[in-house]
Design a protein around this ligand. Structure first.
Ligand code: SF4
Length: 327
């Protein structure tokens, strides 16, 4: 029987968001500055052996969900190899991926065979010119990736749209229609003041309640549910299978039911997305710590997990970019 990880607010930690690289092939303006090159050096990345060992320790502490994130996780070579090793770990029930899909067409089948079950894809616009303006990349690569994910049998495919005033908020209905037509699940996300870029984008912040009310004028929205350990609050469009999720860290945060921690590519355990509390695991791993010592260190760290973020009160607080912990 696996142990459990519970913090001082009686929140059970059962989910690890695992960033396998801080690098990305896109430069979304609310995440990474254009031309940014100051990434972590590969020798500081946890190796696949180290990642597998840390995740195995977490599964023995009751963690049964792992999400592969980045930066862009598919920038890390041989990601399907790592996925297969993690999927084989006893106690790991749910292995999923968050990606910008630019490389998914090449890897979808292999990831599926490796044991990745669900995929979340970032897509803020359906307009090629606007896509390039927001990300610096090419929309068609993402659409090819989405199609490959569908062909590989990923289900559900969740589309994540960061809604920004005066940037893409005029496309909300079109994104609903797109997901309706393709059978995807749609999630809207509020901007978060992560790093300078995130604070810059927060000038474009929209309270998603205004978006929900706008959609309710066009669609009959019913209370909805979705499997998965995430914070989204779902509605369902009446008469369809379309579920729309609202991820509202600013307007209606979900910290009271937080069930996760984040492990960054350099082996730093981040206890909260919106705070700087963390534990460097790489030195422990490379200094020969036993699994019991790793478990004790993780447990002690979780005991320090902050109650909540302070995105509203202290938006300047988090200096790291979203890509360093993968959201
Ligand atoms: S901001 Fe921190 S406490 Fe709140 S949900 Fe995110 S990780 Fe959990």
């Amino acid at each position: 029987m696996a142990d459990t990880l519970v913090d001082r607010y009686q929140r059970r930690i059962e989910y690890v968001r695992l960033s396998v690289t801080d690098r990305c092939d896109l430069r979304c303006f609310y995440c990474l500055p254009r031309g940014y090159r100051d990434f972590e050096t590969p020798e500081h990345w946890l190796t696949f052996d180290e990642i597998e060992r840390v995740v195995a320790v977490f599964t023995r502490l009751g963690v049964h969900r792992v999400r592969l994130t980045g930066g862009e996780p598919l920038v890390r070579h041989d990601l399907p190899v790592l996925a297969a090793r993690l999927a084989a770990l006893p106690g790991l029930e749910d292995l999923s991926l968050s990606t910008n899909a630019t490389r998914l067409a090449r890897h979808a089948e292999a990831l599926r065979r490796a044991g990745v079950r669900r995929v979340n894809i970032s897509l803020d616009t359906l307009d090629p010119a606007r896509f390039r303006a927001i990300t610096g990349g090419r929309l068609e690569k993402v659409l090819e990736g989405i199609e490959a994910a569908r062909a590989a049998g990923f289900a559900p495919i969740k589309i994540n749209m960061v809604v920004m005033r005066g940037v893409n908020d005029d496309e909300v209905e079109a994104m609903v229609e797109f997901c309706l037509a393709h059978g995807f699940t749609l999630r809207f996300i509020e901007t978060m003041p992560m790093g300078e870029t995130g604070r810059h984008a927060s000038d474009r912040y929209i309270d998603l309640e205004t978006i929900r009310r706008r959609l309710a004028r066009r669609f009959e929205l019913l209370p909805g549910m979705m499997p998965g350990g995430g914070p989204a609050r779902y509605v369902q469009v009446a008469g369809t299978d379309l579920r729309i999720g609202f991820i509202t860290p600013i307007s209606r945060h979900f910290c009271a039911t937080c069930n996760r921690v984040r492990l960054s590519a350099d082996g730093t355990l981040h206890l909260c997305l919106g705070q700087e509390h963390s534990l460097p695991l790489r030195p422990l791993l490379r200094d020969g710590a036993s699994d019991a010592e790793l478990a004790a260190a993780i447990r002690a760290a979780v005991a320090r997990k902050p109650e909540r973020h302070e995105f509203r009160e202290r938006p300047e607080k988090v200096v790291r970019f979203m890509s360093m912990t993968g959201g």
